[in-house]
Design a protein around this ligand. Structure first.
Ligand SMILES: Nc1nc2c(c(=O)[nH]1)N[C@H]1C(S)=C(S)[C@@H](COP(=O)(O)O)O[C@H]1N2
Ligand SMILES: [Mo]
Length: 249
């Protein structure tokens, strides 16, 4: 049986389909319902094959229009300054629980082992679209900085401020997803440098998860033992507002 079919039978598909990117996160019952579904989802997903690849498509399947969701153009001054210079001075800092913390330029990232994949992006708001992504394999980047044994999660810090509280977008994944063959930090979209609406200059692609896990506008990657001390403590901007942390599809 296909993973997607199993999820649908368990009613998980309809649950995620319900969860728009803002409205339902306000409801108090929502996080509790997700708590149960999330643990079922996570264990089932993993039981079905930890290394299984998300379906890949061909050039003929590319969506003529690829939507942009959430932030399309970060207004943050630091981001705008980098964008104005074509991200020449932008660096991705990779640190936390690693032996060799380091900052990488786009040229340095482009020199590391990469992967190209044509995949379908699924947003909880109910749309899907297919695009070609090319970027550095996260596993290769991790090998460069050498994670310490106590590191359990990879946290992605973004440039865009989401609301008046000043909270910036962030996300996190575990090492199983971080080292998955299709997990890349993409710098190209459909054979050109990643356009701003899709997360320039660099965004996460973790293909077996829902769209909100795919952090855009990356500025830093941090390896941690726990994400409890980061912002709301639930591992991501939307997770802090009720979304499930494990969004496997
Ligand atoms: N930094 C950042 N990353 C983000 C978001 C965002 O608002 N800011 N939105 C998320 C959501 S809900 C989705 S569906 C995808 C949308 O990616 P796209 O704009 O390339 O379609 O990015 C995700 N990553
Ligand atoms: Mo989304």
């Amino acid at each position: 049986m296909k993973r997607r079919t199993v999820m649908r039978l368990l009613g998980l598909g309809s649950l995620t389909a319900l969860s728009g990117c803002d409205r339902l996160s306000q409801a108090t019952w929502f996080p509790r319902v997700l708590g149960t579904a999330e643990s079922v989802n996570r264990h089932l997903h993993r039981a079905l094959g930890r290394d299984a690849l998300a379906k890949e498509f061909t050039e003929a399947d590319l969506s003529p229009m690829f939507p942009s969701n959430g932030t399309r153009r970060p207004m943050d001054a630091d981001y705008q300054a980098h964008a104005a210079r074509g991200f020449a001075a932008w660096r991705l800092s990779v640190g936390g629980l690693v032996e060799r913390p380091r900052a990488f330029s786009l040229a340095e990232l482009r020199a590391l082992p990469s992967r190209t994949q044509i995949t379908r992006h699924d947003c909880v708001e109910g749309w899907s679209a297919i695009a070609k992504w090319h970027g550095v394999r996260l596993a290769a980047l991790l090998d460069e900085v050498r994670p310490l044994p106590q590191a359990r999660f990879v946290v992605f810090h973004c440039f865009d401020t989401m609301d008046a509280s000043g909270a910036r977008y962030y996300e996190s994944i575990d090492f199983e997803d971080a080292r998955h063959a299709q997990t890349i930090l993409a710098y190209d979209w459909n054979d050109r440098p990643l356009p701003m609406p899709y997360g320039a200059p660099l965004r996460l692609r973790v293909e077996r998860q829902l769209g909100y896990k795919m952090a855009k506008y990356l500025r830093a990657v941090e390896l941690v033992e726990s994400f409890e001390h980061i912002d709301g403590g639930r591992g991501g901007y939307w997770e802090d507002r009720g979304y499930e942390w494990y969004a496997g599809i």
